[in-house]
Write a protein that binds this ligand. Structure first.
Ligand SMILES: [Zn+2]
Length: 108
């Protein structure tokens, strides 16, 4: 079900009047997204028939202490990813679903 909801969220980012003119859409999907990229692609293709190009991205974190780097996961549950900064140890939370972005849209 989550893949359908995410697919609709992405489709809703395109103005309704333009949706018939979309040839392909390019998405960035975070490595830790709960949505499997292939399921999302299929859901969008089933709903609107657009070609879907998936770019998997490796999320980085930026901490208040100045650390910028890869995310090192310590804990995962259904809704949150919790990351402890390797430099200062503070906790950051990532909400799953926010890490899917529309990168590019190609119209006919
Ligand atoms: Zn830090």
């Amino acid at each position: 079900m989550q893949d359908i909801i995410s697919a609709k969220n992405i489709i809703n980012q395109i103005p309704e009047k333009d949706r018939d003119k979309v040839e392909s859409i390019e998405l960035e999907v975070g490595e830790f997204s709960e949505i499997k990229a292939q399921e999302l692609k299929k859901a969008i293709e089933d709903l609107v028939g657009w070609n879907v190009i998936i770019n998997k991205i490796n999320p980085k974190t930026k901490c208040e202490c100045g650390y910028i780097g890869k995310i090192n996961l310590k804990q995962k549950d259904k809704h949150l990813l919790v990351h402890h900064c390797p430099s200062c140890g503070s906790r950051h939370k990532y909400i799953i679903g926010e890490d899917i972005k529309v990168k590019n849209i190609v119209y006919f």
